[in-house]
Structures are given as structure tokens and as C-alpha cells.
Design a binder for this molecule. Structure first.
Ligand code: ADP
Length: 463
């Protein structure tokens, strides 16, 4: 087995860098160090932890441009999106730096006048994170920032495709003064590192963002040591356009939701469900708007849609499109591919498919590419029925100006994140996470620090 992982530029096929794969012994040592680091960090006063987090955010911002360039090189996303992600990633650090000093306990009136009851919150311990390649900075900070704020130590294994941004963030945390054994990274393949994390008695919590099958494995493997788990897993987001929707808003927000990161996000619209009276006009407007999106290398100015991360991702997209067309879907725009298997570069042009049916794989599975299938509904109950017909429950979007329709959809959609006339609902201040097989727990906002805290109850007698 190679001892190094080569990091490729998905836009050119060039090697950007290579990283050392850590051995089992090194990872075990890192876990022991993390456990040791936890004790001191948990005992550091909250104001000092808060200041160190603020300093971390500050040094990242000082390196914003070069971090964004590295992110585009290893992930492929347009530079403007990478710059945006650095800001988005630091917003989690800023938010949780503030929360650090607001981890409150409480008292409860006792059942006898000789007793006192005190409830306190304590960090769970060493947290191990496994993250995906689609947001190499933000997926890390929305785990690391609340963990460190709570007083936990933190170790991360980034995705093999995009370790460089994450490693840089960890190095900058050390530069900011956060101790080396409080935040660490290790590199390796998920199938090797995952079992070391889950088997370790030092690790008290696993936090994961990635595919549902891997999430299920991690939940199962965490059972032996009864670890806490937070899981941000797959999605299959419906986007409903009601009969009264403002089409300009719906189209603009659809594009915002769907084509960011070339459609490789777990909350991006995966199925559009349009009222039958609006299908033609919505499709025409969307198709027109898509004509202006530029596909290319993310480092080139004006690129809107970068490459697909790898051949596996590309194959899945192509097979979904082929399956849909073979089963009767019509192409409104796109169905255009530019693949160089020798170099390992894969570009997919934004594609809109109409006349889709539930028999097509694209209506059943997450796509992770810039493809939008459009189906129709006649009653709002039917729209909900279609939208909920999936084991996933991460994000759902709807467009309507009728508050009764909006309230009905909000009440009946089985999704953890709902965008009402809004295709970009994420933020450090809000609880992000899914229902059903899309996950367990929430990241961001007040809810995002809870999973890193234990509740300890003290009963004082003979007072
Ligand atoms: P994708 O197919 O989009 O890469 P994955 O869920 O496979 O999604 O990968 C997300 C993260 O999970 C990556 O860091 C990867 O290395 C890691 N991973 C993959 N398989 C496993 C596994 N069996 N156990 C733990 N982590 C894994």
C-alpha cells in the first residue's frame, strides 16, 4: 500500500501535493495525545478558550486568499466559492467563540429543605471527526468550533481528496495558540482510520459528514463503546414550486441551491416538483438562466460551475442521466459532458430533464451533480407525498407567497431544513441537520454545541 495520498486538481489532473498516510501506531498515539490534551483544555477558563478561538478565526482570515486557492486546487470549486467558504467556515468559529462563555448550568428547587440541586454542563471528551471533500473548511469548523468551545479536544480525518485545506486550518489553530494536542489531524483512508476512531476508548464522540452507508457503519461501530454520535448524511432535496410562486425568485433560488459546488452538496435541490400550470414557464425561465452559467476551471475568472470531484462521482451522474433518458426523460438543456479519463478530469454541464418519473434512479437517489429533474403535481397534498417519498430528510425548498400553502408545507414536509422562498438556508447561527436517514443531531446555532456537552446532576444533602 502506498504510504502517501496524492492530492489531484480535478480541473487539470495535475498533482497538487501529497500527504503522508499515518500508521496505526501514529493514530493511536494521536488519540492518546488528544485524550491528554482534553484534560488541560477542559480546565482552561472559558474566556481564555473563547479568546483563542477568536484568534484562530483572525489568523485564518489573514490567509484567506491562499487558503481559498488551495481549496480550489484540491476541490475544483470556483475561487469565488472558495473565498466564500473561508468566510463561512470562520463564521462558525466566531459564533462558537461567543458561545464558549455562555455554557450555563442551572439549579432546581429540591424536594426537601435539606437538599440543594445543581446541574452543570461538561465537555464530552475527545471528539473524532470524519469529513467529506465538498466543503473541506466549513465541514471541519462546524464540528471543531463547538467542540473546542465546549472544552472538548478534537481530532480530524479529512477526506482523501481534500486534506490540504483542513490541514492548513489545524496548523493555523496551533499558530493562534490552541495547544497541539487539543486539535489534530491524521490522514488515511476512511476504511482504515474509521475503525481506529470507533474502537478507541479515548474517543467519546464521533462526528461525521458524508454518505448514509458510511454513517450507518460508524453508528454501528460506535455502539461497542457507547459513543455520542452526530451524523450529517445524504439528502435528496425536493424543491416545490407552487401555483402562485414568483417565478423569478424561484428560478434564481433554484440556481443558487443547485449549481453551487457543481451540485455536489448534500442540501442542493435534487428534484423539482412544479405545479402543473407552471411547468412550462418555470422550465423555460430556468433553461434560459442556465445558458449563462460558465463551466470550467475554478481558478479562471467567471467560472460558475467547476469539475466533478472524481470518476466515481462522474459515473454516477452519467448513469442517472442515461437511465432517465432511456426511460423517457426529455433534455431541456445540457446532457453535455467533457471527460478526460486519462487525466482524471470530469466536467458536467448544467442539465435540466423534464418528463421524469418515479421509476428513474434520479428521482430516488442523491445525484451530487448539476442535474435537475422536473416533475409536476396537481394538488399540494400530492406535492408533499412526492417530496416525502424518500428515506432522506435533510433539506426541502418551496416557493409560494400564499401563507396557507407555505404553512401546510412547513408542517408536513419531513425535513430538518426548510427554505421558504429561500435556496440558501445555511449559516453558523442556525441548526443544520436531517431527519430519517439523513442524520442524527444538528450543527450550528445553539443546538450545535449541545452534542459536545454532558449534563451532570449534583444532589447535595444535609444542607
Ligand atoms: P463520498 O463517497 O462522497 O466520498 P464518503 O461517505 O465515502 O462519501 O466519504 C466521506 C468521508 O468518510 C471521507 O473522509 C472518507 O474517507 C470517509 N470514509 C469512507 N469510508 C469510511 C468508513 N468505512 N469508515 C469511516 N470513514 C469512512
Amino acid at each position: 500500500m502506498s504510504e502517501k495520498i496524492q492530492v489531484w486538481n480535478p480541473a487539470t489532473g495535475e498533482i497538487v501535493n501529497e500527504v503522508k498516510i499515518n500508521t496505526k501506531a501514529e493514530i493511536d498515539q494521536a488519540l492518546e495525545n488528544g485524550h491528554r490534551g482534553f484534560k488541560a483544555w477542559a480546565n482552561l477558563d472559558a474566556h481564555k478558550r473563547s479568546n483563542l478561538l477568536k484568534q484562530w478565526s483572525h489568523v485564518i482570515q489573514q490567509h484567506k486568499q491562499d487558503i481559498a486557492e488551495v481549496m480550489t486546487l484540491e476541490n475544483g470549486k470556483p475561487l469565488k466559492e472558495s473565498l466564500g467558504e473561508v468566510d463561512y467556515a470562520t463564521s462558525y468559529i466566531d459564533w462558537y467563540a461567543e458561545e464558549t462563555v455562555r455554557i450555563y448550568g442551572r439549579t432546581i428547587p429540591a424536594s426537601s429543605d435539606s437538599k440543594r440541586i445543581v446541574i452543570s454542563r461538561q465537555p464530552v471528551g475527545l471528539v473524532a471527526a470524519i469529513t467529506p471533500w465538498n466543503f473541506p473548511a466549513a465541514m471541519m469548523t462546524r464540528k471543531a468550533a463547538p467542540a473546542l468551545a465546549a472544552g472538548c479536544s478534537f481530532i480530524i480525518k479529512p477526506a482523501e481528496e481534500t486534506p490540504l485545506t483542513t490541514m492548513r486550518f489545524v496548523d493555523l489553530a496551533h499558530e493562534a495558540g490552541i495547544p497541539a494536542d487539543v486539535i489534530q489531524y491524521v490522514n488515511g483512508y476512511g476504511t482504515d482510520v474509521g475503525p481506529l476512531f470507533t474502537a478507541s476508548n479515548y474517543v467519546r464522540k464521533i462526528t461525521f459528514t458524508g454518505s448514509t452507508p458510511v454513517g450507518k457503519t460508524l453508528i454501528r461501530d460506535s455502539a461497542d463503546t457507547v459513543k455520542h454520535v452526530t451524523m450529517e448524511l445524504g439528502g435528496h432535496a425536493p424543491l416545490i414550486v407552487a401555483a402562485d410562486a414568483d417565478l423569478d425568485i424561484a428560478v434564481k433560488q433554484t440556481i443558487l441551491s443547485k449549481f453551487r459546488n457543481a451540485g455536489q452538496t448534500c442540501i442542493c435541490a435534487n428534484r423539482v416538483i412544479v405545479h402543473e400550470s407552471m411547468v412550462e414557464s418555470y422550465t423555460a425561465k430556468l433553461t434560459e438562466a442556465i445558458k449563462h452559467l460558465k463551466v470550467g476551471n475554478g481558478l479562471e475568472k467567471d467560472t460558475d460551475v467547476g469539475p466533478i470531484i472524481n470518476e466515481k462521482g462522474y459515473d454516477k451522474i452519467v448513469s442517472q442521466v442515461e437511465d432517465a433518458i432511456q426511460k423517457g426523460a426529455e433534455v431541456s438543456i445540457g446532457n453535455k459532458f467533457d471527460a478526460n479519463f486519462e487525466n482524471g478530469t470530469f466536467f458536467v454541464y448544467p442539465t435540466v430533464l423534464t418528463h421524469v418519473s418515479e421509476a428513474m434512479a434520479i428521482m430516488q437517489e442523491e445525484t451530487f451533480g448539476p442535474i435537475l429533474p422536473i416533475t409536476s403535481f396537481s394538488s399540494i397534498e400530492e406535492a408533499v407525498e412526492i417530496a416525502n417519498r424518500t428515506p432522506y430528510g435533510l433539506a426541502a425548498y418551496f416557493f409560494t407567497n400564499d401563507y396557507r400553502v407555505g404553512s401546510y408545507l412547513h408542517d408536513h414536509l419531513d425535513y430538518g431544513i426548510i427554505g421558504w422562498n429561500d435556496g440558501a438556508p445555511s449559516g453558523a447561527h442556525v441548526p443544520f441537520g436531517g431527519m430519517k436517514e439523513s442524520g442524527i443531531g444538528r450543527e450550528g446555532g445553539l443546538e450545535g454545541i449541545e452534542p459536545y456537552l454532558e449534563t451532570k446532576y449534583l444532589s447535595i444533602g444535609n444542607c
